[in-house]
Design a protein around this ligand. Structure first.
Ligand code: GLA
Length: 787
C-alpha cells in the first residue's frame, strides 16, 4: 500500500519504492510536514519527530500563537493569521480583508488518480486518459529494427491521498491531493480550493506545493538561460531570505525553467541528496526557497501571483496545476532518471511516445522564408535519397508572409509560393515516400494581417494603449472562445486539405499588455491563467481531431519546454541554437528534468548559423542523436562528403533510438576548460546494452588516453564493446540486410582499440574504456552489448 494512515498518531505515510513522505496532524488540526526523504521501512512511530516538537502549541499557549504559526512546518501555509513566511494560499474577502487558517477536516485514499479537466496532469494508467484502442497504439510500435532494447511499460499501483482542510470563517475548503507513483519514486501534488461560503472570494495566490524542512546547507539548482541558450545548469548556495526563479513572460520561458532543486553540499551526478520540484504548467510560475530565521527552508512551487487572481463565486472551485516532487539520495543523475520515468510512463500521451519518429528535414535554416514548391520538392527528393523520412515546411507558407512582419492569423496558403495550394506539394512529397509536416504559430496575430484588420480587439491590449509589439506581432486573446474557435477552424481546414503527419506549434513572443476586451473588471486578474487554459484547450482539440498527428511544441526555440506541453506533444524544439557544441550544455541542462526522447535536436550546417562553428559532421549527428534526431539544412547544396554520411547517421538512429529514448541516462562528464570533453551513456533498463557517446570539445596536446567508464551495466554480465560505425559494429549490431550495405560510409577512422572485445560489466563501469584525446569537435560512440 502506497499510502497509510495511523489514526492514533494522526500521521499519513506516503511510500514510493525508495522514498517516504510523512504528514502529521496537530491536536488543533494543522497539517504539518514531518519528513520527506529516503524510505522509512517501519510503521509510523514518528509522533515525537517534528510535529509535536513545535515551540508553542496554540491550544496550550494561545498568547504566543504567532510564534507557532511562524515556525511550524506547514503542508499548505496560508497568509494572514500568523505565518509570516511565504504563503501558498492568499484569500481576499469582498471587504478587502486577507486571512485564512486551514484546519483538518477529513481524508480519503483513492486508487489511481483523476485527471484535471482542461489542464495537463499526470495519469496512473494510460487507459485513464485515452480509450483502450488509443492506449494500445502506444505499446510496441517500435519497428523491428529496434527490437531488443526496450523493457515493456510497467503498470504501477498508484494511489492518491485527498486531504481536506477547511476555514470555517471563510466557508472555504481546500483539498490537498498527493498522488504517489511508487516505481517512478515521485509524489505529485495539487490543491483544490472550494468556496463553500455564501459570498464571493478572491484568490490572490494559490500555489501547488510546499515543503517545509530544516536547512542542511542546501544549494539550489535552477535551469537558466536566454533565447538560443536555454537551460544551463546554475548552482548556488541558498542564503538567508528568498531565492528562486519565476516567469512573468506568459510562458515557462527561455530565461528560467519551472524546475527547482535543493541539494546537500557535495551532491553530484551519483551522490548526495536532492529535493526537486517541477511544474506541470506552461505559463507564469514561481519556484522558490525561503531560508527562515529558524534556519528552516520553505520550498514552494505555483502559479506566479503577480499576474494571477481568481474570483470564486459561492460554490465555485479552483484547481491548481500539478507540482511533481522527486527526492533522490543518489545525486542529480537519479533525480533525472526518476523524472524521465514518470514523464514517459505517466504524462506523455502521444501514440508516438514509443515509436520511431520519422527522421525529418526542416526547411527553416535551409531556406528561411525564401521557398516555393519546386525548392521544397527538390529538398524532399534529396532527403529521400539519403534515407530521411519527412519534410517539414516551416514559417512562410501562408498569407503574404515573406518575412516575419505580417500574416500571422491568416492561415491560408500563399499560392504564389505553393501554386494550387498545399495538396500538390504534399502529394509529391508523399509520392517520394516521405511524410509531410507543417508550421503554425496559432497564438499570434500580425498587425499586418486580415485577421487583425477584421478584429483588432482580438489582440491582448490595455485600454487606451497601443499594444506592445515583439517581432512585429501581437498575442491573441485566448481567454475568448470565439478567438480560439476562429483560429482552430483555420488550422483544422489546413490539416484536412492534405496528408499532414506533423505539426510544429510555435510561439515567438512573450505576453504583455494583459488586458482582455471581454473579461469583467473583477475577473481581469484571471487573464493570464485563462490564456494558458486556452492554449491547452486548442492543443487538446488538435490531438483529439487528429489523433495520429505528431505534434512538436516550440517557442522561439525552447521557450516553452515544460511538462505541461509534454501532455500534448511527445517532443519540444529544444533551442534555436543548433550548434552541436552549444547543444551539449543545452541538452545536458534540459535532460536534468526531461527525457531525451522529448528533446528536438537537428543536424544543421557548418559554419553554424548561430555561432559560426565548423563542427565535424558525424559529431553534429551524434549530438542530435541525443534527442529526436532530424536535419535542418539545405541538403541540395551541402558538401557531398557530408551528404554521404547521412545514411550512416540514419542507420544509427534506427539502430539505437529505442535504447536512447527508453533507456536510463547517465551524464558522465560535462566539458570545461581543464577537461574539454563531454560523455553521456544511455543504458537499457534490463542491462542488455549501453551506448556511450564521447565528444572532444577542444583538442588537447600531449594528453594520455582517458579511462571513460560506462554506466548502467550488470556488473557480472559479459559485454562485447564495439565502436559504432565500424564494419564490426555494423556486422554484429546492425539490423540485417538493410543496414549492412552502408558499411563504407562509416566515419570513424581510428576505431576503439579493443573493438569487438568482451569485458565484464564491472570492468567497463569501474575501470572504463581507454579513449585517446582527439581533435576539436570530434566524437565517437561505443556500444556495449550483453553476450
Ligand atoms: C522560431 C522557431 C524556429 C522557426 C522560426 C520561424 O524561432 O524556433 O525553429 O520555426 O520561429 O519563424
Amino acid at each position: 500500500m502506497a499510502i497509510a494512515y495511523d489514526a492514533e498518531k494522526r500521521i499519513f505515510k506516503l511510500d514510493t519504492d525508495h522514498t517516504s513522505y510523512l504528514i502529521g496532524l496537530t491536536e488543533e488540526g494543522y497539517a504539518g510536514h514531518i519528513y520527506y526523504g529516503a524510505k522509512l521501512n517501519h510503521p509510523c512511530g514518528y509522533a515525537a519527530l517534528g510535529i509535536s516538537d513545535a515551540p508553542v502549541s496554540p491550544s496550550v499557549n494561545a498568547r504566543d500563537k504567532l510564534n507557532f504559526m511562524d515556525g511550524f512546518f506547514f503542508e499548505y501555509p496560508t497568509w494572514g493569521t500568523g505565518d509570516l513566511r511565504e504563503s501558498a494560499l492568499d484569500v481576499r474577502t469582498p471587504d478587502g480583508f486577507r486571512g485564512c487558517e486551514l484546519i483538518y477536516d477529513s481524508y480519503s485514499v483513492v486508487p489511481g488518480k483523476k485527471s484535471i479537466p482542461g489542464m495537463p496532469s499526470t495519469f496512473a494508467k494510460r487507459s485513464d486518459v485515452m480509450s483502450d484502442e488509443e492506449a494500445l497504439r502506444n505499446i510496441g510500435v517500435y519497428s523491428g529494427k529496434n527490437a531488443g532494447f526496450i523493457a515493456p511499460e510497467q503498470e504501477e499501483k498508484v494511489e492518491t491521498l485527498e486531504l481536506t482542510l477547511k476555514d470555517d470563517v471563510l466557508g472555504l475548503k481546500v483539498i490537498l491531493y498527493y498522488t504517489v507513483f511508487p516505481a517512478s519514486d515521485a509524489v505529485v501534488r495539487s490543491a483544490e480550493i472550494i468556496n463553500g461560503g455564501s459570498g464571493p472570494l478572491t484568490l490572490e495566490k494559490a500555489y501547488s506545493a510546499c515543503i517545509d524542512m530544516p536547512n542542511r546547507n542546501f544549494e539550489r539548482i535552477v535551469l537558466e538561460g536566454s533565447w538560443a541558450r536555454e537551460r544551463r545548469v546554475d548552482r548556488a548556495p541558498v542564503g538567508r531570505g528568498i531565492q528562486g526563479v519565476r516567469s512573468l513572460r506568459g510562458e515557462t520561458s527561455h530565461n528560467e525553467n519551472n524546475f527547482l532543486a535543493l541539494v546537500t553540499p557535495g551532491t553530484d551526478e551519483e551522490k548526495g541528496e536532492v529535493y526537486a520540484m517541477n511544474f506541470v504548467y506552461s505559463g507564469n510560475f514561481r519556484a522558490q526557497a525561503e531560508l527562515s530565521q529558524h534556519r528552516s527552508i520553505r520550498m514552494t512551487m505555483g502559479i506566479e501571483p503577480e499576474t494571477f487572481s481568481w474570483r470564486l463565486e459561492s460554490g465555485e472551485s479552483f484547481r491548481t496545476p500539478e507540482a511533481v516532487l522527486v527526492y533522490s539520495d543518489k545525486g542529480t543523475g537519479e533525480m533525472s532518471r526518476r523524472f524521465h520515468d514518470l514523464y514517459r510512463n505517466h504524462l506523455i500521451r502521444s501514440p508516438w511516445l514509443h515509436a520511431d519518429r520519422p527522421i525529418l528535414v526542416n526547411n527553416w535554416e535551409a531556406t528561411y522564408f525564401n521557398f516555393d514548391t519546386e525548392k521544397l520538392a527538390a529538398l524532399a527528393k534529396t532527403a529521400r535519397d539519403t534515407g530521411i523520412e519527412m519534410l517539414v515546411m516551416d514559417d512562410g507558407w501562408f498569407g503574404v508572409r515573406n518575412s516575419d512582419n505580417c500574416s500571422l492569423g491568416d492561415w491560408y496558403v500563399n499560392e504564389e509560393k505553393l501554386p494550387g495550394g498545399l495538396k500538390p506539394l504534399v502529394d509529391r512529397v508523399n509520392e517520394l515516400g516521405l511524410k509531410f509536416g507543417i508550421w503554425f504559430e496559432p497564438e499570434m496575430i500580425s498587425g499586418d494581417s486580415d485577421l487583425y484588420r477584421a478584429h483588432p480587439d482580438w489582440a491582448l491590449r490595455l485600454p487606451g494603449r497601443t499594444p506592445t509589439q515583439s517581432r512585429e506581432q501581437y498575442v491573441l486573446d485566448y481567454s475568448r472562445k470565439e478567438v480560439r474557435d476562429a483560429v482552430y477552424s483555420q488550422i483544422s481546414a489546413v490539416l484536412h486539405s492534405a496528408n499532414i503527419a506533423y505539426v510544429k506549434w510555435d510561439m515567438n513572443r512573450p505576453l504583455s499588455d494583459l488586458g482582455s476586451a471581454e473579461l469583467p473588471p473583477e475577473r481581469a486578474g484571471e487573464l493570464h491563467h485563462r490564456f494558458v487554459l486556452g492554449v491547452y484547450d486548442l492543443q487538446e482539440r488538435l490531438i483529439s481531431e487528429f489523433p495520429e498527428l505528431l505534434l512538436e511544441n516550440c517557442s522561439g526555440g525552447g521557450g516553452r519546454f515544460d511538462p505541461g506541453m509534454l501532455y500534448y506533444s511527445p517532443q519540444i524544439w529544444t533551442s534555436d541554437d543548433t550548434d552541436a557544441i552549444e547543444r551539449l550544455w543545452i541538452q545536458e541542462g534540459t535532460s536534468y528534468v526531461y527525457p531525451v526522447s522529448t528533446m528536438g535536436a537537428h543536424v544543421s550546417k557548418a559554419p553554424n548559423e548561430q555561432v559560426g562553428r565548423m563542427t565535424d559532421f558525424m559529431t553534429r549527428g551524434n549530438v542530435a542523436l541525443e534527442g529526436t534526431f532530424g536535419y535542418e539544412l539545405d541538403l541540395t547544396s551541402m558538401p557531398e562528403e557530408e551528404r554521404a554520411m547521412i545514411p550512416e547517421q540514419v542507420r544509427r538512429y534506427h539502430r539505437y533510438h529505442a535504447l536512447i529514448a527508453e533507456g536510463d541516462l547517465y551524464r558522465g562528464h560535462s566539458w570545461d576548460a581543464k577537461d574539454p570533453y563531454q560523455v553521456w551513456t544511455v543504458a537499457a533498463k534490463d542491462g542488455s546494452a549501453a551506448l556511450l557517446t564521447y565528444v572532444q570539445v577542444l583538442g588537447e596536446a600531449n594528453r594520455r588516453p582517458r579511462m571513460v567508464p560506462f554506466r548502467g551495466l550488470l556488473p557480472d554480465a559479459r559485454y562485447a564493446v564495439y565502436e559504432v560505425g565500424t564494419p564490426e559494429e555494423i556486422r554484429e549490431c546492425g539490423f540485417g540486410a538493410e543496414g549492412s550495405g552502408i558499411a563504407g560510409t562509416a566515419a570513424s577512422k581510428a576505431s576503439f582499440a579493443s573493438n569487438g572485445c568482451s569485458f565484464y560489466g564491472d570492468e567497463l563501469m569501474q575501470v572504463g574504456v581507454s579513449l585517446p584525446a582527439m581533435g576539436d569537435f570530434r566524437s565517437r560512440m561505443l556500444i556495449a552489448v550483453r553476450q
